[in-house]
Design a protein around this ligand. Structure first.
Ligand SMILES: [Zn+2]
Length: 241
């Protein structure tokens, strides 16, 4: 194998590791986004709950005021009863009193239903809060784990990149730019091994001529299928022809 091919083969190994690490970094980013989404949903849940309780309290105060007003009305009519002289006025007043009483009784029933609902909601509140706290602490500890893993992975990428650029410096400029061009368009993998007579990137079977040349390892070969550089892996013994 020529020195150029040896360097390319070494780059292939580094790029494979970098691509794997970058895949892991991407997964971490999407896991983090998933955690944020869960947290957000739980926060919205608590907020909605608070708003519901506030609406119930407001409605309860309205009902209490209404009941008070109806009671005052009733007492006012009651106080007028002894002063009424005519029979029909008396009857009319009694009807008013009856009406106010019935209305008040209805509002009181509404109030009881509402208080029951409010009570129920206030018992749910700690459950919702605990759920949020649980998810918060779970998300925080998972985030710390992700941060630690990510830190390690980023360090590894940096050291692989450094190794990569020193190898790159040893390649002839045309090969270097060709390599980088392919690498950029083929998700981080410019060089692939020939596996069982086929391109290890796109699995296209290679003609015997190409396989022979690859085994000799004296020049750069391209896969017609995917455009990547093909190398006969040095650690795989060439089959005896
Ligand atoms: Zn290919």
């Amino acid at each position: 194998m020529t020195e150029e091919l040896e360097i390319l083969w070494a780059l292939h190994g580094l790029d494979d590791q970098i691509a794997t690490l970058q895949g892991a970094l991407k997964r971490h980013a999407s896991e983090r986004a998933g955690l944020d989404q869960r947290l957000q949903a739980e926060r919205v849940h608590l907020e909605t709950h608070k708003q519901r309780v506030a609406a119930l309290q407001l409605k309860r105060r309205e009902l209490e005021r209404e009941i008070e007003t109806l009671g005052a009305e009733e007492r006012k009519f009651q106080s007028q009863l002894p002063m009424v002289k005519k029979n029909e006025e008396y009857t009319a007043l009694l009807t008013e009193i009856k009406g106010a009483k019935a209305k008040r009784s209805d509002r009181e029933t509404d109030l009881l239903v509402l208080m029951e609902e409010e009570d129920q909601a206030s018992r749910e509140r700690p459950v919702v809060e605990r759920a949020l706290a649980g998810i918060e602490s779970e998300a925080n500890s998972r985030r710390r784990e992700i941060d630690a893993e990510e830190g390690g992975e980023k360090e590894q990428v940096a050291s692989l990149e450094a190794e990569r650029s020193s190898l790159m410096g040893r390649l002839p400029v045309p090969t270097r730019s060709r390599y980088e061009r392919i690498r950029a368009s083929k998700d981080g993998r410019a060089v692939v091994a020939i596996v069982k007579g086929a391109c290890g990137g796109c699995f296209r079977g290679q003609p015997p001529q190409v396989l022979q040349e690859a085994r000799r390892g004296d020049r750069l070969l391209l896969c017609d299928g995917c455009g990547r550089l093909l190398i006969w892996p040095p650690d795989v013994p060439s089959p005896t022809p």
